[in-house]
Design a protein around this ligand. Structure first.
Ligand SMILES: Cc1cc2nc3c(=O)[nH]c(=O)nc-3n(C[C@H](O)[C@H](O)[C@H](O)COP(=O)(O)OP(=O)(O)OC[C@H]3O[C@@H](n4cnc5c(N)ncnc54)[C@H](O)[C@@H]3O)c2cc1C
Length: 472
C-alpha cells in the first residue's frame, strides 16, 4: 500500500523556479526577498514544520525566551535598521505583548520574545507576497535527496513526491550536537529534558537537582524555563571552560579600529588589539562592550582571510572567550542567572562531559572530567538538560539529506569541517571544488565560510544578496 502511494506520488513531478529547502528564518527571508524581485517566479519552500519563519529559535512559546539583542539590532530588512522597532511599535499599540510596558524603556531597546519575532518574520513575508507577481507555496515535508544536472535540480521528499527547480537553496539551519547524551535507557529517557520544554519541567520535583551540560545561551533559556516551571532546587552547570555569557548592555559608539587597520589579521594580533581597545575604553569610563561590538562587522572578512592554521588557533584559543563576550545574554535572563548564582543555587563548573550512566532509580548520572583533573567524577541529578550546542560537521549529522549530498559528491565540508564549502555568492562547491550553477546555501551551513553566519542580521543580509543573484 505505501509502496503504491509513493510510486504514484513519485510520478507527479512539480516544477518551480526556486526550491528552498527549510523554512526557518533563512528560507523565509530568502522567499520574501525573492518575492520583491522584479518578474514572475514560482517559489516552493519545503519545511516540515506547520509554520514558516520559525525554525527552532522562533517557535519559542515562553515570553522569557527573548532575542539576545534589542529591537534596534534585529531588523530583517538590511535597508532599514528600524524595521523591527516600527513593526513592534504597531504590534504593541494593537494590544500585542502587554507585558512589555513593565520594562519602561523605548521600544527600540526592548528585547522581544522570540515567538513574537517569528510573527514579525511571517508578517514581512505576507507583505512581500501581497505586492508580488511571484508566488510562494509551503510544502510540508522533509527533503531526503537532491540531484543536480546542468539545467535543474530535483528534490525527493519523504512523502515520495519529486520537485524540479531551476535552483535549489539549502536553508537547513543548525543540527543539534552529536554530543547529545544518548537516551538509551528508559531511566535516562525519563530524566532528560529539552531545554525549551517548560511543560516537562513542571513535572520535576521543584527541589530536585538539575544538571545542565553547556553554559551558552541555550543554558540561559533552560534556566528561564526552569524558573518559570516553578523549579527552586540546585542547578549544576558543566561546560569545558566554565564561562557564563556576559550580559548585553547598550554601549555607546566607538571608533571602528579594524576599518582603519587592515594589517591586523592573525587571531593573536586581533585579541591583543581588542584587549588594548577595551582597556582604552575602560580608562575613559566607556563600556568595554563598545569596542568589542565594532569587531562584528569585520569577522567575515577576517575569518575568510585567515589561514587554516589561524582559523584553528582562533577556534582553540579565542572561541570560548568570543562566545561568552560576543554572544551575550539578554538583560532579564542574565539578571535571573546572576541572582541564582549569587544565592548559590546555580553553580558553574569547568568540566568536560564524558558520558551518561544508566540508573535504575530514574535519576540521571553523568560522568565528567573536571578541568585540571585526570580522573572522572560521577554526578547525580533528577534531570539532565543538554544545551551543549550545534553540530556543524555535516559528516556527523544523521539526517538523510546531508548524507545523500555527501554521498553524491554534491557538497564538500567547509573550512575546519564547519558546515559546507561555498563560493562567496553562496553557490556550493562540489567534492571536486567546482562551483555549482544550481545549488546554493545560506545561514548556518556557511559557518565555515564566515564564522558568524547564523544571527538575524547575517541571515537577513545573505537573503537579500542571494535573492538578487538568483533573480539574475
Ligand atoms: C534557540 C535559538 C535562539 C536564537 N536566538 C537568536 C537571537 O536571539 N538573535 C540572533 O540573532 N540569532 C539567534 N539565533 C540564531 C538564528 O537567528 C537562528 O539560528 C535562525 O533561526 C537561523 O535560521 P535558519 O532558517 O537558517 O535555521 P533554522 O531556524 O534552524 O531553520 C531551518 C529549518 O530547516 C528545516 N529543515 C532542515 N532540514 C530540512 C530538510 N531536509 N527538508 C526540509 N526542511 C528542512 C528545519 O525543519 C528548520 O525549520 C537563535 C538560534 C536558536 C536555535
Amino acid at each position: 500500500m505505501s509502496e503504491t502511494r509513493s510510486a504514484q506520488a513519485a510520478s507527479v513531478i512539480r516544477h518551480a523556479d526556486v526550491l528552498i529547502v527549510g523554512g526557518g528564518l533563512s528560507g523565509t527571508m530568502l522567499a520574501a526577498q525573492l518575492l520583491r524581485q522584479p518578474g514572475e517566479r514560482q517559489i516552493l519552500v519545503i519545511e516540515p514544520r506547520s509554520e514558516l519563519g520559525r525554525g527552532e529559535a522562533y517557535s519559542a512559546v515562553e515570553l522569557g525566551h527573548t532575542l539576545n539583542g534589542n529591537a534596534a539590532r534585529m531588523s530583517v530588512d538590511p535597508d532599514n535598521a528600524d524595521d523591527l522597532t516600527q513593526w513592534l511599535t504597531e504590534y504593541i499599540a494593537a494590544g500585542g505583548w502587554p507585558e512589555s510596558d513593565q520594562q519602561h524603556v523605548p521600544v527600540s531597546e526592548l528585547f522581544p520574545p522570540r515567538g513574537i519575532f517569528g510573527l514579525y518574520a511571517q508578517q514581512r513575508l505576507a507583505e512581500a507576497q501581497a505586492h508580488s507577481h511571484s508566488t510562494i507555496e509551503h510544502i510540508r515535508a522533509e527533503v531526503i535527496d537532491l540531484q543536480v544536472d546542468e539545467c535543474s535540480t530535483r528534490l525527493t521528499l519523504d512523502n515520495g513526491q519529486q520537485l524540479r527547480g531551476a535552483f535549489a537553496v539549502l536553508a537547513t539551519g543548525m543540527f543539534p550536537a552529536t554530543r547529545t547524551p544518548q537516551t538509551t535507557s528508559s531511566g535516562l529517557n525519563a530524566a532528560t529534558v529539552d531545554p525549551w520544554d517548560v511543560e516537562a519541567m513542571t513535572q520535576l520535583d521543584s527541589q530536585s537537582t538539575v544538571l545542565i551540560i553547556g553554559s551558552g545561551l541555550t543554558m540561559v533559556d533552560a534556566v528561564v524555563s526552569l524558573e518559570q516551571a516553578g523549579h527552586r532546587g540546585p542547578i549544576e552547570i558543566f561546560s569545558r571552560h566554565g564561562l557564563l555569557p556576559h550580559v548585553r548592555r547598550q554601549p555607546p559608539g566607538w571608533a571602528d579600529f579594524l576599518a582603519e587597520d587592515h594589517a591586523l589579521c592573525s587571531p593573536r594580533q586581533l585579541v591583543r588589539e581588542v584587549r588594548r581597545q577595551c582597556h582604552a575604553a575602560l580608562d575613559q569610563d566607556v563600556d568595554w562592550q563598545a569596542p568589542l561590538d565594532t569587531v562584528r562587522a569585520h569577522i567575515g572578512r577576517l575569518w575568510s582571510q585567515a589561514s587554516e592554521r589561524e582559523k584553528r588557533q582562533f577556534v582553540r584559543h579565542v572561541r570560548p572567550w568570543w562566545e561568552s563576550h560576543h554572544h551575550r545574554s539578554p538583560p532579564l535572563s542574565a539578571e535571573l542567572v546572576a541572582r541564582l548564582h549569587g544565592e548559590g543555587r546555580l553553580r558553574i563548573h569547568a568540566a568536560s562531559f564524558k558520558g551518561v550512566e544508566s540508573s535504575a532509580s530514574g535519576e540521571v548520572r553523568i560522568l565528567l572530567r573536571r578541568r585540571g583533573e585526570q580522573q572522572t567524577t560521577l554526578v547525580t541529578g533528577a534531570a539532565l538538560i543538554n544545551s551543549s550546542g550545534i553540530e556543524y560537521d555535516w559528516r556527523r549529522v544523521d539526517r538523510p539529506l546531508p548524507r545523500q549530498l555527501l554521498a553524491r559528491g554534491l557538497i564538500q565540508p567547509g573550512p575546519l569541517a564547519l558546515g559546507i564549502a561555498a563560493h562567496v555568492s553562496g553557490a556550493v562547491l562540489d567534492v571536486d571544488g567546482h562551483v555549482s550553477q544550481r545549488l546554493f546555501a545560506m545561514g548556518p551551513p556557511l559557518r565555515g565560510m564566515w564564522w558568524e553566519s547564523t544571527a538575524v542580521t547575517d541571515v537577513a543580509s545573505q537573503a537579500k544578496a542571494l535573492a538578487a543573484r538568483l533573480a539574475m
